[in-house]
Design a protein. Structure first.
Length: 186
């Protein structure tokens, strides 16, 4: 699988250093997940997979065999706005194509009570297109369209051009629902 919006960081632990993908935020009113990244980082590689640690938690590895799909991080983080929250919606027809690997939650304010934004680590499999509607806090909403060869970030005013160029119509309205309602968490 390919990576989308994933850049591992090296973190120091009492027992040593390890590359991880950090989902969400640490602190009061927040939830975070550390996903071990046991692979050489190559943004162009297509052989990443989700495996399990000895304790049964997810980790990212490389298999040496390319496979279809994406491992994607989608965050709804935006600018601070009191009592606002981000939301990730997905096309209902794409439910069989998507699996939630890990979730996190970021928040605004010291106590984390002034607003929040979900953060997701997902696997996305064909058939394509797989479409998400991202509603970040206080920023303009956009759509992510996952195709076999690329991922497109589109704003509503770009739909006509995208449809003309790619031949893909972006559905609107009731075709989407909150990802947390559609998919069980792992």
């Amino acid at each position: 699988m390919k990576l989308y919006n994933i850049e591992p960081i090296e973190k120091e632990f009492p027992w040593g250093k390890m590359k991880i993908v950090f989902i969400g935020e640490k602190g009061r009113g927040r939830i975070y997940a550390l996903i071990p990244f046991h692979a050489e980082y190559d943004p162009g590689a297509q052989d990443y997979e989700i495996a399990q640690t000895r304790s049964g938690k997810p980790k990212i590895v490389r298999t040496g065999k390319p496979s279809e799909g994406y491992i994607a991080r989608i965050s709804t983080y935006g600018d601070y706005l009191r009592n606002d929250h981000g939301e990730l919606r997905m096309l209902k027809a794409n439910v069989p194509n998507v699996r939630i690997i890990a979730t996190g939650l970021g928040a605004f304010g010291e106590a984390g009570r002034l607003g929040f934004w979900p953060d997701y680590l997902l696997t996305i499999k064909p058939p394509y297109p797989v479409i998400f509607h991202v509603l970040p806090t206080r920023l303009k909403d956009y759509w992510l369209v996952f195709l076999e060869k690329a991922v497109y970030k589109l704003y509503k005013e770009e739909f006509a051009s995208f449809e003309e160029t790619m031949g893909i119509v972006i559905p609107m309205g009731d075709d989407y629902d909150d990802i947390d309602k559609l998919l069980p968490k792992q």
